[in-house]
Design a protein around this ligand. Structure first.
Ligand SMILES: [Zn+2]
Length: 407
């Protein structure tokens, strides 16, 4: 397995050279370097005897159907687009490892049909909307998305045509009814596995999230002549609330809450702040826990504003429900982890992934690999050889179990 692990890592490093920028990794939806990645992965798929096609949103898809296997297929995959200045492993490792899983299934002569999908867009960098690739596969690609434009004014539709594809055929990208499930292998992109000294974990759910913007409006006034008791300081109110946001999240198991953005008016050193605009983002794997936390935080903001005699407005509320992973597939992954002698571990994903979109169409599961330093979306992103090897041992056990279930 060590050779396979080294190959999966080396492939990621090679694919990392296929970039829009010379000095760093940037590969957005349907840009030129994606052709290069396709050419490389297609050759690997063909050498494994897979039937390869590119669907109408630019997902590269290879199918391996061994003699005697039924049409029912297990889908493997992850994304091959990146954020600007990315690391080499986010998304791509899930594809290079899936190629190894296919070869393992072949060597074990498992009667299981596998489809490997390299999704064209997960990060949403080019058009500001993520999951363009998996939306099409899940059969929920809204045709209105075709009219979106990138920073150069090119529509999604034009980008698809420029890539040599036909946007009229997007409907055909949707998974056939014979798919029995989807498994995504991905780096954790956080510090949890490292903190627990674990190589891998099965993901039990992807968190839901709420985003809200709040505006605290007080009175801007002279910082020298306005006594403290006569002030209506919008920033001080926001600051008091931000501390409450942190305290609530610290006291609630599994909750993360973040005020990541603030703007102050007039933002001048000798003027009492008149307006503070802040963002709130709250995530949890359980929707009712998240909703309760959001209600509490809004009530807290209202009471702080009232006591300080300033006004509070909220706008732009955005909600994404949590997405539980499929219990049966996840249990199968967890069994496989245990069977390899690794500590059995399931965890919550705090970030969105293609598996979240795919879950709407087919049972979905995820296998996370430890992220050294918790670092991702950065050139310093890395993986440990031993973890990649562990994920391959888990893969072998998982495939054997899946083949039995399908057959
Ligand atoms: Zn990713």
């Amino acid at each position: 397995m060590r050779d396979r692990a080294l190959r999966a890592i080396a492939e990621c490093k090679l694919i990392a050279t296929m970039s829009e920028e010379p000095d760093r990794i940037t590969r957005r939806f349907l840009t030129q370097p994606m052709h290069d990645v396709h050419a490389h992965l297609r050759a690997r798929m063909v050498s494994l005897g897979m039937t390869v096609r590119i669907d109408a949103v630019g997902n590269l898809r290879g199918v391996w159907r061994p003699a005697g296997a039924g049409a029912k297929r297990l889908i493997l995959g992850s994304h091959i687009d990146t954020v600007p200045g990315a690391g080499a492993f986010d998304g791509v490792l899930g594809v290079t490892l899936a190629l190894e899983w296919v070869e393992l299934a072949q060597q074990l002569e498992l009667p299981i049909t596998l489809e490997l999908i390299a999704f064209s867009d997960e990060e949403g960098v080019r058009y500001g909307v993520p999951f363009l690739g998996s939306r099409a596969v899940a059969g929920c690609f809204d045709p209105a998305l075709l009219a979106m434009t990138d920073s150069e004014g090119m529509t999604v539709e034009a980008a698809i045509r420029a890539f040599g594809l036909d946007p009229a055929l997007i409907g055909e990208a949707a998974l056939d009814a014979d798919a029995i499930g989807f498994v995504e292998i991905h780096i954790e992109q956080g510090p949890v596995l490292e903190a627990g000294s674990c190589s891998v974990a099965a993901v039990s759910a992807i968190v839901g999230q709420t985003r809200i913007n709040l505006v605290f409006s007080g009175h801007a006034n002279h910082a020298g002549t306005t006594p403290m008791r006569l002030r209506h300081d919008a920033l001080a109110a926001a600051a008091e609330w931000i501390a409450a946001v942190e305290a609530l999240a610290q006291g609630t198991e599994g909750l993360v809450a973040t005020v990541g953005k603030i703007s102050v008016e007039p933002n001048v050193g000798n003027v009492v702040p008149g307006v503070a605009r802040v963002s709130l983002e709250v995530r949890h794997a359980d929707d009712s826990t998240r909703n309760t936390a959001v209600s509490e935080l809004l009530a807290k903001a209202a009471s702080i504003a009232k006591r300080r005699a300033i006004t509070l407005e909220r706008n732009g509320q955005l909600e994404h429900p949590a997405v539980p992973m499929d219990k049966r597939l996840t249990a199968c992954l967890a069994d496989a982890i245990e069977a390899t002698g690794l500590p059995m571990k399931t965890m919550i994903s705090g970030a969105g992934h293609d598996a979240m979109v795919m879950a709407a169409r087919t049972p979905a599961a995820m296998l996370f690999l430890r992220s050294p330093g918790g670092i991702s979306h950065h050139a310093a992103e890395s993986v440990l050889e031993e973890d990649v090897e562990a994920s391959l041992r888990v893969g072998r056990e998982f495939l054997v179990r899946s083949a039995k279930e399908i057959g």
